[in-house]
Design a protein around this ligand. Structure first.
Ligand code: NAD
Ligand code: WQD
Length: 343
C-alpha cells in the first residue's frame, strides 16, 4: 500500500518507516522538520535499502498538503506530526493547539476531500490523566491535565465525530505509554533538541558525559521505592504496533483506541540500575522534589491490542537500555553531522 506518514522524520515515525518499508509498503513522508532532521530518513534508507518520498511541508499549509494527495495515490495515513513537550505546552498553549489541532483538522479535510478515510493516530497514555487504579484500560474515563494532553484528547474526540459523520472513516487511536530504545542497527534513535525532558535520553546523556548528573524527580511517591513508575515500551515494538493497526483499519471501519505498552511498570530507580548493569558503570543522580504535573504510577493493560491487533510487546527493559545506549554512543550528537557543528 501507499502510506502517507506525517511526522515520519521524527523518533517514532522514522522507526515506523523502517517497519513499513520492510513490510513492502511505499512510504511518503510529510514533515516540516521542526523537531527532526532529514538525516533520519537517509538512515532509514540505509537500514532498509528502500527509498522514501519526502515532502518538507507543514500541516498548517493546506494548499501544499492538497498537492501531496494530488501527486500520490494514498491508501492510508499514519499521523505522527505534532509537538510533544508537556512543559512547553504549558508556556506556549496557543502554539500547541494551533500546531496539533489545526494541523490535524487540515489533514482530515484534505483526506476527506480525496476520499482517504484510513488513519492511524499517535495518541498518548497522557489522555488517562490521574486515575485511581492501574493498569489503565481503554474504557476508563479520559481526562487531560496539560495543554499537550488536551490536544491529544481533543483530537481523539474530533476523530470520533468524523466517524459519526461518515462511516467510511476507519481510525486507530494508539495510546503510547513511554517509548524508549532505538533501532538495533544503532542508525536511528531519539534525538532530543536541547536538554532532554524524558528520563531515558537524560540518562544516556549523563552516561556519555554530556550532562553531569540526573535529577530523580520525587522519592516520596506511594510506590515500592518512592520513585515514579512507568510502562517503558521499546520503540521498535511500538512501530510494529502501527503495522498491526494499519492491517486492522483496512479490514474494519470505526474508531478504536488501543494501549501500546508492555503491561509492566518500572520505577525510576529500577531503570537507572538496569541501565547501570547494561553499561557497566554508575549513573550519578540526586533525588530532588517532584516535577509538577507528574503522576505516581502509569502502566497499561495491553490486552485489547493483543486480542484485536494481534500485537504484543517483545522487548524488555534490558534491551531498551542496550539499544538506547548503542544509539547514544554511536551518535553522541544525534543526527547532527560533525561538519554542521562549530567544533
Ligand atoms: P518527534 O518530535 O520526534 O516527531 C514528530 C514529528 O512531527 C517531527 O519530525 C516534527 O518535525 C514533525 N512535526 C511537528 N509538527 C508538524 C507540522 N505542523 N507539520 C509537519 N510536521 C510536523 O516526536 P515522536 O516522539 O516521534 O512522537 C510522534 C507522535 O507521537 C507525536 O504526535 C507525539 O505527541 C506522540 N507521542 C509521543 C510520545 C513520546 O514519548 N515520544 C508518547 C506518546 C505520544
Ligand atoms: C518518566 C519518569 C519522571 C526525567 C512524558 C509525557 C507523556 C508522554 C511520554 C507524550 C517520571 C522521571 C524524568 C528526569 C526523572 N509523551 N524523571 N528525571 O513524564 O511519564 O511522560 O513522556 O505523549 O505525555 O508526559 O515521561 O520520561 O519524562 O518521565 O526522575 O530527568 O522519570 O518523574 O517518573 P513521563 P518521562
Amino acid at each position: 500500500m501507499n502510506i502517507l506518514v506525517t511526522g515520519g522524520a521524527g523518533y517514532i515515525g522514522s522507526h515506523t518507516c523502517v517497519e513499513l518499508l520492510n513490510n513492502g509498503h511505499e512510504v511518503i513522508v510529510v514533515d516540516n522538520l521542526s523537531n527532526s532532521k532529514i538525516e533520519a530518513l537517509d538512515r532509514v534508507t540505509k537500514i532498509t535499502g528502500k527509498e522514501i518520498k519526502f515532502y518538507q511541508i507543514d500541516l498548517l499549509d493546506k494548499v501544499s498538503l492538497h498537492k501531496v494527495f494530488a501527486q500520490n495515490e494514498i491508501d492510508a495515513v499514519i499521523h505522527f506530526a505534532g509537538l510533544k513537550a508537556v512543559g512547553e505546552s504549558v508556556t506556549l498553549p496557543l502554539r500547541y493547539y494551533q500546531n496539533n489541532i489545526t494541523g490535524t483538522l487540515n489533514l482530515c479535510e484534505v483526506m476527506e476531500h480525496n476520499g482517504v478515510y484510513k488513519m492511524v493516530f499517535s495518541s498518548s497514555a497522557t489522555v488517562y490523566g490521574l486515575q485511581e487504579t492501574v493498569p489503565l484500560t481503554e474504557d476508563m474515563p479520559l481526562q487531560a491535565i496539560n495543554p499537550y494532553g488536551r490536544t491529544k484528547l481533543m483530537i481523539e474526540e474530533i476523530l470520533e465525530d468524523l466517524n459519526l459523520s461518515n462511516k467510511n472513516w476507519s481510525i486507530a487511536l494508539l495510546r503510547y505509554f513511554n517509548p524508549v530504545g532505538a533501532h538495533h542497527s544503532g542508525l536511528i534513535g531519539e534525538d532530543p533538541s536541547g536538554i532532554p525532558n524524558n528520563l531515558v535520553p537524560y540518562i544516556t546523556q549523563v552516561a556519555v558525559g554530556q550532562l553531569p548528573k540526573l535529577n530523580v524527580y520525587g522519592g516520596d511517591y506511594p510506590t515500592p521505592d518512592g520513585t515514579g513508575v512507568r510502562d517503558y515500551i521499546h520503540v521498535v515494538d511500538l512501530a510494529v504496533g502501527h503495522i498491526k493497526a494499519l492491517e486492522r483499519i483496512m479490514m474494519v471501519n470505526g474508531v478504536a483506541a488501543y494501549n501500546l505498552g508492555t503491561g509492566t511498570g518500572y520505577s525510576v530507580l529500577e531503570v537507572i540500575s538496569t541501565f547501570e548493569r547494561v553499561i557497566g558503570k554508575k549513573i550519578p543522580y540526586s533525588v530532588i522534589e517532584r516535577r509538577p504535573g507528574d503522576i505516581a504510577i502509569s502502566y497499561a493493560n495491553p490486552h485489547k491490542a493483543k486480542v484485536e491487533l494481534d500485537w504484543t510487546s517483545t522487548k524488555g527493559l534490558v534491551q531498551m537500555c542496550e539499544d538506547s545506549w548503542q544509539w547514544q554512543v554511536e551518535n553522541p550528537t544525534g543526527y547532527e553531522r560533525k561538519d554542521e557543528l562549530n567544533v
